[in-house]
Design a protein around this ligand. Structure first.
Ligand code: NOJ
Length: 746
């Protein structure tokens, strides 16, 4: 939690009000406007038109890129000078940013600095694993350190605000943006978001190397119907508050300075004009005093939604609901003056928005130090050796060992992994050499050549290997004999996950699976290494390939990290934070579902699909190690509640874990509970806590969890928060399937 110094707060408030009192209406509206740079010069059409032409295949990607390169950026300098812009998104390069900031500070009437934002989602230049991968490390201090590192790089490049963390719970693998968050569980997203806010902002957001966080997408964007991006979200009020809102609340209460409402509707009302969310809950219930910014063009999109009659109406609705800044739709700058003059928006509403923007600028220290780290050459601030070390650690800790069976004679043989460095590896599949693919989605400032591919890592580590891009029958007949083990590097291209990348099936492409079949036909061991941004369909691999390594999109150190795991220099420790469904038809597929009256089973009239198993192929919390762990001594006891003055109890849980293998390892211990009888039926399991422990061979540790009253309770049908007296079942251990069980009465 960010400690707020009340004296500093009062001083800032005075400065905000003083500045506000000196602003013209036009200057006020200017502060609520965020611009993106538009491109001019090289072509006679708008950027959007060019983009659409490329999407429709009328322009090749190469032609499009060439146009963009030769275009000039229109930085709207006259508007900056006139105080008609408060913020930019998408302007990069320290020099360019310095230039526009200088205009704002030195040439505009009031000298109000610009707030420069950018999507620094999982690294600025030192790209770390996508959030879905990194969440699998179950390590808040790592999440914080990677955020700290990206803040330092971004700040050195003139950026003072990131549109992260995304804390959208996502239970549907079809949704491409599942890659950008911490998976299907709300506690995971809460802990992940909290750590990221700390890392970006630090205790002092005005420090030169701190940047503002933006908690997004408020709210429940991950609940899109059918997993289709931007689609409607229909939730009961109870489910919204139990399964979705807590992660935003935790990140807001960690001190996040800004919040981005989501594109979607919730129960019919677009989040961008949802006063219940933006005013009643965010500001009223949670006490948020920062600034809200719409998602890109989202205010204008209120018209397409069917919520606003026209752009003016959209601006009115958004402002009156509590949206402070307009990201690039231009509705505020074009319409707000008339809305104020006609009284459709009150001056008080606009003043609130402008005060929120100014307050954030003061909190970030922009008035005192508008140019941040400018004295430093940004290039020397990127990809420092110590940053690469953190990126490699994060990548090592994000790789999930999904399967590791013995190969050949099952009684005698050892598991396939780790591999001995003496073996001759045959690395197959083009993803093994594609540096550009390693960053994954939302790595806007990534450079492919900063990334180490698997082939690069094999070269630099002098691995005995052969690389076959497609492992065609001819290539295999020429090379198979000399190889001891095949490593099939397959998955999804990076473009297939992230925004606007929903899929209606989750299969690995047929050509890649055909390649795996050819490798299996050689009779030699095959290890599958997966690069993907979401859970994908793995039935074939699980049934046929002895070892599966989930490497996600790992960032700049991808290749080195994969070799760390393959050769056992690092013992895998990550676990899944999103379940891998049997196929797309069984989505959404997640562990914390309630039972039906007819839980899926063998009998016909039960809740299931008759043509696909209900159970995920790999479930939340699954992940193997090269050592083994044994759990014992689970106890659960009622303890005093954690709410002052409230006698309702919480539960203390403890369990002992022992490393029973011959290698040191890090084990993620998970604790779940279930309220088996409740007025509103509760999930069959609910994550209550997690902790990662390091264990030498033979070493034991006792891990403690505290389940709070807030976690145990729920909203009943009258929207009262209740904790039912009665039995609570407790489950703790290394995976959902292997938990020890206890029960306790509260
Ligand atoms: C759209 C995305 O939904 C959001 O996450 C992102 O931060 C903005 N565009 C800005 O690029």
């Amino acid at each position: 939690m960010l400690e707020v110094n009340p004296e500093k707060r009062t001083q800032i408030e005075e400065k905000v009000q003083d500045l506000l009192s000196r602003m013209t209406l036009e200057e006020k509206i200017g502060q609520t406007r965020q611009c993106g740079p538009s491109l001019v010069g090289a072509f006679g059409m708008s950027f959007e038109e060019a983009l659409n032409m490329m999407m429709d295949g009328k322009l090749s990607k190469a032609e499009f890129d060439k146009m963009i390169e030769s275009a000039e950026m229109d930085l709207k300098e006259d508007d900056i000078r006139a105080g008609r812009i408060g913020s930019f998104n998408g302007v990069t390069g320290a020099e360019r940013i310095h230039h526009i900031q200088q205009i704002a500070v030195e040439e505009s009437r009031l000298g109000i600095p610009l707030l420069i934002g950018c999507d620094v989602i999982h690294g600025h230049r030192t790209i770390t694993p996508i959030p879905l991968a990194e969440s699998g490390a179950f390590e808040p201090s790592l999440w914080e350190r990677t955020a700290r590192m990206s803040a330092k790089e971004a700040a050195a490049d003139g950026i003072k605000w990131t549109f992260a963390p995304m804390v959208d719970v996502s239970k549907d693998a079809r949704w491409g943006r599942i890659s950008e968050g911490a998976g299907e569980d709300v506690l995971m997203n809460s802990c992940y978001g909290e750590a990221k806010v700390r890392g970006y902002q630090t205790q002092d957001p005005s420090a030169p190397d701190a940047i503002a966080a933006c908690v997004k997408h408020f709210a429940a964007y991950g609940g899109a119907e059918g997993g289709r991006d931007y689609n409607r979200v229909e939730l009961s009020e109870q489910r919204l508050r139990e399964d979705y809102l807590p992660s935003y609340e935790v990140a807001v209460k960690a001190g996040a300075l800004t919040v981005m409402p989501a594109f979607n509707t919730i129960s019919g009302v677009p989040c961008s004009c949802n006063s219940y969310l933006l005013t009643a809950i965010l500001r009223g219930e949670w006490g948020f005093e920062g600034m809200t910014i719409s998602d890109a063009n989202a205010i204008a999109e209120l018209v397409a939604h069917g919520a606003a009659a026209d752009r003016k109406d959209a601006a009115r609705l958004a402002m009156n609901a509590g949206m402070d800044m307009d990201m690039t739709s231009e509705c505020y700058i074009e319409e707000m003056k008339e809305l104020i003059e006609s009284g459709a928006v009150s001056m008080a509403a606009l003043d609130r928005a402008v005060s929120d923007v100014l307050r954030v600028k003061f909190e970030l220290g922009l008035f005192e130090n508008p140019y941040y780290m400018d004295e430093q050459d940004p290039e020397t601030a990127f990809l420092k050796p110590e940053y690469r070390t953190i990126a490699r650690e994060a990548a090592d800790k994000s790789i999930v060992l999904l399967k590791n069976d013995p190969f050949g004679d099952r009684d005698a043989a050892a598991p396939v992994l780790p591999l001995s460095r003496d073996l001759h590896l045959c690395i197959c599949g083009k993803l093994a050499a594609q540096r550009d693919e390693m960053p994954g989605t939302w790595a806007v400032n990534a450079k492919g050549n900063d990334c180490v591919s698997i082939v690069d890592a094999c070269e630099s580590q002098k691995v005995n290997y052969t690389f076959l891009e497609t492992a065609s029958a001819d290539e295999l007949s020429a090379h198979a004999a000399e190889c001891d083990v095949f490593v099939a590097v397959i998955g999804e291209p990076r473009e297939w996950s992230g925004e606007a990348s929903s899929r209606s099936d989750l299969k690995i492409s047929a050509d890649q699976l055909d390649m795996v079949r050819r490798l299996l036909d050689t009779g030699k061991p095959v290890v599958a290494v997966l690069f993907n941004g979401r859970p994908i369909e793995l039935t074939f691999l699980k049934e046929n390939v002895p070892a599966i390594v989930e490497a996600w999109h790992l960032g700049v150190e991808a290749g080195n990290a994969v070799l760390d795991i393959l050769f056992g220099d690092v013992n895998p420790s990550a676990k899944l934070t999103a379940s891998f469904p049997y196929n797309a038809g069984t989505c959404p597929c997640y562990y914390d579902h309630p039972n039906t009256g007819r839980p899926g089973g063998r009998a016909k009239f039960t809740s299931k699909y008759f043509d696909a198993p209900l159970e995920p192929v790999y479930t939340f919390g699954h992940g193997l190690s090269y050592t083994t762990y044994e759990y014992s001594d689970l106890t659960a006891e009622v303890c005093p509640g954690n709410v002052p003055g409230d006698a309702a109890p919480g539960i203390d849980v403890q369990i002992t874990v022992k490393n029973t293998g011959s290698r040191a390892g890090d084990e993620v211990v998970l604790c779940f509970f279930r309220d088996p009888v409740a007025e509103r039926v509760r999930p069959v399991r609910k994550l209550a806590g997690f902790e990662k422990v390091s264990l030498e061979p033979g070493q034991s540790k006792t891990v403690r969890f505290h389940i709070t009253r807030r976690q145990l309770g729920y909203f009943n049908s009258r929207m009262n928060f209740v904790v039912d007296p009665g039995e609570i079942d407790i489950y703790a251990g290394g995976s959902l399937e292997s938990c020890l069980e206890a029960s306790v009465r509260i």
